[in-house]
Structures are given as C-alpha cells and as structure tokens.
Design a protein around this ligand. Structure first.
Ligand SMILES: CC(C)(COP(=O)(O)OP(=O)(O)OC[C@H]1O[C@@H](n2cnc3c(N)ncnc32)[C@H](O)[C@@H]1OP(=O)(O)O)[C@@H](O)C(=O)NCCC(=O)NCCS
Length: 141
C-alpha cells in the first residue's frame, strides 16, 4: 500500500516509472538470418542497449552490464516487422540494479502486437576508477 512506503521507497518508485524506456525498430534485412527472421545476436545487442539506457536514466551515473540472465526467445521476429523494446528497473540493490527487457513484435500493416522475447540484465554503477558506487545517493533521498 502506498501509505506504508517510506519517502525513499516512493522516490525509487517514481524513478522506476520515469526511467521506463521504449524503443521502436524496423526489422530490415541487415539484421536477419537465413531463415529471414531477426538474428538472435542482433536482438541481444538491442536488449543490452535498452537495459543500459534504462539503468542510466534511472541513476544518471556511468553504468556497465555485469550479467545477463536467461533470455527466452519465444517467437521468431520476421523481416519486415516492427519491434518495440521496453526496459524496466525491477530490482534496486546497493551498487547494482536489474532491468527486465521485453521485446514485442508487430506487423507494419495490422494493428496489435505480441511479446516475442523477454530477458533480464544486471548493471552496476561505477566511478572514474571503474569501481562500483551506490546506484542512488542517499543524501538526495
Ligand atoms: C561491474 C564490475 C565493476 C563489478 O565489480 P565487482 O568487483 O564484481 O564488484 P562487487 O563484487 O562489489 O559487486 C558489485 C555489485 O554487482 C553485483 N554483481 C557482481 N557480479 C555479479 C554477477 N555476476 N551477477 C549479478 N550481480 C553481480 C554484486 O552483487 C553487487 O551488487 P550490490 O552492490 O547491489 O549488492 C566488474 O565486474 C566489471 O568491471 N565487469 C566488467 C563490466 C563490463 O565491461 N561490461 C561490459 C560487458 S562486455
């Protein structure tokens, strides 16, 4: 219940909402394999990129990916479709956070979309010496 949350938790919830990131891409031939569907490596590249953008927008600090969790490729993504990638912070640790990335596919010429891929990434905030630092400055919270 919102009434039970501390001020810090409420601010974290707001940052999570504000950092939700959405990117659309057109699936053109350069990204497809010999099955004429999107190449898995190309999708993973985009997923890591949106995880990075989401984490950066959440904490506004230099960020690196430290781990990627299981990625489920549930549906092929045909050439000539549109994909939407969404990134959401789902866990905030001390120096790390987790971002869930979902990939939705939609036809260019029909309404509607389906979730095709989902995965999770852990990212760490670092300083100039590339050492982990808190994702949030408690002074500000
Ligand atoms: C990210 C990096 C700075 C972390 O250094 P480290 O010495 O492992 O740091 P720590 O052990 O203090 O861990 C820092 C945080 O990362 C988390 N973490 C470390 N390794 C992890 C892993 N494999 N999976 C999930 N979380 C991990 C820790 O739990 C900790 O989180 P917390 O502070 O929220 O509790 C270091 O591993 C690194 O530079 N990795 C390369 C990053 C990179 O180049 N990424 C691009 C990929 S090509």
């Amino acid at each position: 219940m919102e009434g039970d949350l501390t001020n810090r938790e409420l601010r974290i919830q707001k940052r999570i909402k504000d950092s939700e990131t959405h990117v659309f891409k057109a699936v053109f031939p350069g990204q497809t394999n010999h099955h004429n569907t999107m190449f898995g490596g190309s999708v993973l590249y985009l997923m890591d990129e949106i995880a990075f953008m989401t984490a950066t927008r959440f904490c506004r600090k230099p960020i690196v990916t430290v781990s990627s969790d299981k990625v489920d490729f549930n549906q092929p993504i045909p050439a000539g479709t549109l994909v939407e990638l969404t990134g959401t912070v789902v866990r905030v640790g001390r120096t790390s956070l987790d971002v869930r990335v979902d990939v939705f596919v939609e036809s260019m010429y029909r309404d509607g979309r389906e979730k095709a891929i989902t995965g999770a990434f852990t990212l760490v905030a670092i300083n100039e010496s590339k050492k982990p630092v808190p994702v949030l400055n408690d002074i500000e919270y």
